[in-house]
Write a protein that binds this ligand. Structure first.
Ligand code: UDP
Length: 478
């Protein structure tokens, strides 16, 4: 066991919330740091190791300096969660609200294990999830600066700040009353019932800064607003997923039939439909979505998750025969990034999770927005109102529970699909803007691009700070 601080290269410990939407971008982000010579260690729990290990094995084949490492800490027992349920996406659909509460309770009990790992590894910096505010105190006790990773956009961070600063949640959050979020670069209007019920984190403001998976050109007004008005130190380093774009091993390791299916379709003709790692619907909504996709006339790939069997939701009367060859339904996990970047794909129906949005933007695609919960309604406003690359299906209410959501009708879905895939002027303009942003995203992470440079600034600053600290005498560790 080493208790010496590393000299030379920076060492960083990354600790993401256990959910695909947090672990996947954290791995990509850590890979970016490792590609610049940082010793990166990922911390997670045993049931999440299978999600991390193949990524590290692939990444380490191309890393010249230090391999990325994995460190595991046990998930608490007696949590009230099903055995092996150590990831938000593996929480069963039924009784989700109670189980999610238990999950976060269990997560807060990881503090002691986290302390042990810190004392043993003594990284120069930790990059921990916004959902783990307690990691700030644990790291501060050892004099280790903490960077926060929320996995959301600057836009969401700014809206969230305004909502809390102006106490907008304090009066009847369930009301479907329109309100303007004050003090922002654009006029952003939302329904009160769409606002996320998030906490404002005091630990954020005490932390060293925030790393943001976004690029400057996507949301310049909000990148500035967050730094200058909200007043946080922040670095934009995304889209981090683009670090895997030339990774052929990654592609062949996940070679799927659906890519061959897409090969048979014409360029830009296919609509891809996916609601992230936790987006589930009741049967009535799935049926309506099926009918909407059938009516829109475009080929589609639809990642459909439902707890019941297909009998519960597949429309009666020969739906599957009618869409045969035109629609592909994937039940389970889809290779989303590969699908989005296939030349046959021309549009994306998304729940507006930030990773999905960035992946869609990076692929240059227009979006149909269908937010469900978390900060997804904020992202919808960015896509529809600020960037003009999407159209909304009009969901009015934030809801974690599928059974509480109103049903979006087939005709609404058909129309929205047409507004991004069709031949009208509006659709063409959205596609043009989306392609432009896709180009900007790719340039941002290339050498000399805005995200590349901001990451260089960050690494330089962290290295200087480390060297300055090391030049001072160290207090003995107890
Ligand atoms: N994802 C995937 N296949 C799926 C569903 C999701 O690869 O079938 C990936 C997707 O590419 C994204 C992440 O899982 O990187 C989901 O993150 P996001 O922020 O979009 O949504 P969340 O799941 O956190 O709601």
């Amino acid at each position: 066991m080493s208790s010496e601080r590393h000299s030379g290269s920076l060492s960083m410990l990354f600790f993401p919330l256990m959910a695909p939407g947090h672990i996947l971008p954290t791995l990509d982000m850590a890979k970016h740091f490792a590609m610049r010579g940082v010793k990166a260690t990922i911390l997670t729990t045993p049931a999440n190791a299978p999600l991390v290990q193949p990524f590290l094995a692939r990444a380490n084949r191309s890393l010249a300096a230090y391999p990325m490492c994995l460190r595991l800490i046990p998930f608490p027992s007696d949590t009230g969660l099903p055995e092996g349920c150590e990831n938000l996406s593996s929480i069963p659909f039924r009784d989700r609200t109670t189980l999610v509460f238990k999950f976060f309770n269990a997560v807060s009990r990881l503090r002691e294990q986290f302390d042990w790992v810190l004392r043993e590894l003594l990284p120069d910096y930790v990059v921990t999830d916004g959902y783990f505010p307690w990691t700030y105190d644990a790291a501060a006790e050892l004099g280790i600066p903490r960077l926060v990773f929320h996995g959301v956009s600057f836009f969401s961070l700014c809206l969230n700040d305004s909502v809390h600063r102006n106490r907008l949640l304090e009066s009847h959050p369930a009301d479907a009353e329109a309100l303007v979020i004050p003090g922002l670069p654009h006029r952003i209007e939302m329904l009160r019932s769409q606002l996320p019920r998030s906490e404002s984190e005091e630990a954020d403001s005490k932390s060293y800064g925030v790393v943001v998976n976004s690029f400057y050109e996507l949301e310049p007004d909000y990148a500035r607003h967050y730094r200058e008005v909200v007043g946080r130190r922040a670095w934009h380093i995304g889209p981090v997923a683009l670090c895997n774009r030339d990774d052929d091993a990654d592609k062949s390791a996940r070679g799927y039939d659906c890519l061959r299916w897409l090969d048979g379709k014409s360029a830009g003709s296919v609509l891809y439909v996916c609601f992230g790692s936790m987006g589930d619907f009741r049967a009535a909504q799935l049926r309506e979505l099926a009918l909407g996709l059938e009516a829109c006339g475009h080929p589609f790939v639809w990642v459909a998750r439902s707890e019941g069997g297909d009998d519960e939701w597949v429309p009666k009367g020969g739906f599957e025969e009618r869409v045969e060859g035109r629609g592909l339904v994937i039940r389970g996990w889809a290779p989303q990034i590969l699908i989005l970047n296939h030349p046959s794909v021309g549009g994306f129906v998304t729940h507006c999770g930030w990773n999905s949005i960035l992946e869609g933007v990076s692929a240059g695609l227009p979006l149909v927005t269908w937010p469900l919960f978390a900060e997804q309604f904020y992202n919808e406003r960015l896509i529809v109102d600020v960037l003009g690359i999407g159209v909304s299906v009009g969901v009015k209410e934030y809801s974690v529970k599928p059974e509480e959501r109103g049903v979006v009708e087939a005709e609404t879905i058909r129309k929205a699909a047409d507004e991004v895939m069709g031949s009208g002027d509006g659709a063409q303009e959205k596609r043009r803007r989306a392609r432009e942003l896709g180009e900007m995203a790719r340039r941002a992470v290339e050498k000399g691009g805005s995200s590349y440079k901001d990451m260089s600034n960050l690494i330089e600053e962290l290295t200087e700070k480390k060297n300055a600290v090391q030049a001072q005498p160290q207090p003995p560790l107890v």
